[in-house]
Design a protein around this ligand. Sequence first.
Ligand SMILES: Cc1cc2nc3c(=O)[nH]c(=O)nc-3n(C[C@H](O)[C@H](O)[C@H](O)COP(=O)(O)O)c2cc1C
Length: 225
Amino acid sequence: MNIIALLASPHGLKGNTSVLLGLVLDGAKAEGARAETVVLKDDEVAPCLGCNACHKKGRCARKDSFEPLKRKILAADGLVLASPNYIFNVSAQLKAFMDRCCGVIHCMSFWGKYGASVATSGGGGEEAVTAYMNQFLIATGTVPVGAAGANMSAMPEGGFTEEVKDSALALGKELVLAWKEGGVPPEVAKRRDDFRRRMLSLIAYRKDEWPYEFQYWKTREGSTA
Ligand SMILES: Cc1cc2nc3c(=O)[nH]c(=O)nc-3n(C[C@H](O)[C@H](O)[C@H](O)COP(=O)(O)O)c2cc1C
């Protein structure tokens, strides 16, 4: 299994989120996966301009790191998202990446991949952040297998509790096992399929405005009704 991890903390590899992500990836590697971490920092992936070029042409009009990163993820089997809790949500760096995935979401282009989410917080709320990240993964077509989170105010100085470390390692292992088995939990399958039907009807309605996406679904499913 080939995993791409997006680490969206301005502290990059020196932050808390990086350490927790590292444990998840260690678990995945113990099951034979390969993992590459891409640090999303500064404005490497700039915010979406809302120009709709992705819907019309299948690629973003902005010339930065987004399209190469999208291709890298498309070639991978797994996608792990990692962010600190920044004001009850993901960091601006990850949100910019998510917004730039508007075309990916309309086409659910990451269908077939498996994923997981990782978040740390200063004082709580990391579960809401990972729930949001996993909702995003489902909208891209990815099957999230779970989440790892830590409230740093409840952790020992300079590290994580054994319980958090064990659950992060277990999450990484579970990611690889789920990919190997290829199943989709019923609750995720339902949410993903509900979203798929929503995208099909949206793209059918906008077919003249968004020819790329209309053709994409037509080729993939044979119809968009
Ligand atoms: C701009 C900013 C916003 C933050 N917002 C929250 C928050 O809403 N809730 C919280 O518990 N911690 C918040 N924090 C604390 C971080 O989530 C926490 O320190 C995290 O572990 C940092 O991860 P990192 O070291 O990987 O960057 C915030 C930190 C910053 C800099």
